[in-house]
Write a protein that binds this ligand. Structure first.
Ligand code: UDP
Length: 486
């Protein structure tokens, strides 16, 4: 049931420190850790969540675990497992409710299922714990497991919520009431703490590893290699590296049936590209983005393109890439298949010209490294990176794009507001469900290359100052030492 995930991160603090612009960040972490880590000697910290791939938590875990180890804190990572699909349907409902979406009520039967799966996983984990160990529960799925370990075995547990809403609604209240018996807590933003927890809440900002396969620089050869090996670009010359075992798939065929199509050259290296990479979740706002793109194209199709009108030509050539993980690969996200299906259904109803300009891409998840490199390469080929979230706990996809100096079009979802200062590090759409407004923003950003460049530079500085992994490791160290003394 409960499964420990091996962490094997080849890049360590010495490597980061050797790079000029990261050395001060590493030095600050080392200095703080020298005082704190010895206090945690003999203890193991367990990070527990519900999936080893797909989504922001799985993204952060390997580097966080390995850097904590490097600064002297033994740290292990495990995920809960269940073959009961109803459990993940329930936890997805709780997830949506914590984002303020309707979820109905949660009843005694839900609680029984939630506790049953958590107890079985908790029993497995208990066998691996030693006295004094600390268990960090990420997000609500394994929350009851932490509560059992705390109540019945006195284990120090911390609940780290990566989601939340900056306001209370009937749905968030119902979800928090369901989770209340278990909580003790870290949030991404102060505003996410429900009022009954506010006095005990700690804030730790999510972060990225600047040198991960998702974020590291790619030389032109490497970038081209990744695109060709993933099946996203036809190779015009012989290449050193062979195709990846699992290829990216372009979804939706010409007949209009949502099915897998052979990949046609999207023109990632030639055309202006607007991209969104996310899990297939309704709250990520893929559908309104698709409609906005169609609107933008149709506006241009109505007018003739005058010779020399560079912007009109740009819109004519523009393509939209909507990419996300192969939905069959992620156990804890049961809605993904439906969201992708409804997207490809809308896509299939479009004219052949529009379909050619839109690529809905399912990314292979068998290799975390290959998946990360593909996301990296697609983001680097994008003129604009959109994160059109209706609600967003934080939005690491935006952080990743900002680190690459991408021009990001976000929304006023709270997590994105925490990262992007509107008009400075990117732009924010007021209503992510309004295709007209999104289309206007796309049009404006595409027309102004100088502005895009300024925003991209500011975005990278912002991520460097606020969202690199080194400061997150230091924040966890502070919290652990506080917990063992309280
Ligand atoms: N991601 C990925 N492959 C995909 C889709 C998403 O690796 O096909 C990653 C993305 O790069 C980011 C994470 O999943 O690191 C999503 O985190 P975010 O905070 O944006 O949203 P969440 O999925 O946690 O709601």
């Amino acid at each position: 049931m409960f499964e420990e995930i091996d962490v094997n991160e080849p890049i360590g603090l010495d490597d980061y420190e050797s790079e000029d612009h990261l050395s001060a960040d590493v030095a600050a972490l080392r200095a703080e850790a020298a005082g704190l880590a010895p206090r945690l000697a003999g203890r193991t910290v367990w990070m527990v969540n519900s999936t080893s791939q797909g989504g922001g938590v799985a993204e952060m875990m390997p580097k966080l675990v390995s850097l904590l180890g490097e600064v002297g804190v033994r740290c292990r990572w495990g995920v809960i497992r269940s073959d009961r699909a109803a459990f993940f349907a329930l936890t997805k409902r709780i997830h949506n409710m914590l984002h303020g979406q309707e979820g109905g009520s949660l009843d005694a039967q839900d609680r029984a299922l939630f506790e049953c799966v958590n107890r079985r996983n908790g029993n497995d984990l208990r066998g691996m714990l030693a006295p004094g160990d600390i268990v960090v529960i990420h997000d609500p799925q394994p929350l009851a497991l932490g509560a059992f370990l705390k109540a019945e075995h006195g284990v120090i547990t911390i609940f780290r919520s990566h989601i939340g809403l900056e306001r209370e609604t009937p749905s968030t209240e119902a979800a928090w009431a369901f989770l209340k018996p278990y909580a003790a807590v870290v949030f991404t933003a102060d505003a996410y703490a429900p009022s009954f927890l506010a006095s005990r809440a700690v804030t730790i900002r999510p972060s990225i590893d600047p040198w991960s396969h998702k974020n590291r620089d790619l030389t032109p050869h490497k970038l081209m290699g990744v695109l060709c090996n993933a099946g996203l670009q036809r190779a015009a010359q012989p290449m050193v590296t062979p195709p990846f075992d699992h290829q990216a798939m372009r979804m939706g065929n010409a007949e209009g049936h949502p099915s897998v199509d052979a990949i046609e050259d999207i023109g990632l290296l030639y055309r202006p590209i607007v991209t969104q990479v996310s899990r297939w979740d309704r709250l990520k706002g893929f559908h309104p983005l698709l409609l906005a793109f169609v609107r933008l194209k149709e506006r241009r199709m109505r007018g003739a393109i005058l010779p020399g009108d560079r912007h009109a030509r740009r819109i004519e050539l523009l393509r939209l890439v909507l990419a996300g993980p192969d939905p069959s690969s992620i156990q804890d996200d049961p809605d993904a298949q439906d969201v992708l299906h409804s997207l490809t259904t809308s896509y299939a109803k479009l004219s052949p010209e529009l379909r050619r300009d839109i690529a809905i891409i399912s990314l292979p998840m068998q290799s975390r490294k290959e998946n990360a490199l593909i996301v990296n390469a697609i983001q680097r080929c994008s003129t604009l990176i959109v994160q059109n979230s209706i609600e967003e706990g934080f939005g690491l996809t935006a952080t990743e794009a900002m680190w690459k100096r991408g021009t990001v079009l976000g929304t006023r979802a709270y997590g994105l507001c925490c990262q992007i200062r509107d008009g400075m590090d990117g732009l924010l759409t007021k209503n992510p469900e309004d295709p007209e407004e999104i289309a206007n923003h796309l049009d404006m950003l595409l027309s102004d290359g100088a502005r895009r460049e300024l925003m991209g530079n500011a975005a990278q500085r912002r991520v460097h100052a606020e969202s690199l992994v080194f400061s997150q490791v230091a924040a966890w160290l502070r919290l652990f030492t506080r917990c063992i003394h309280s």
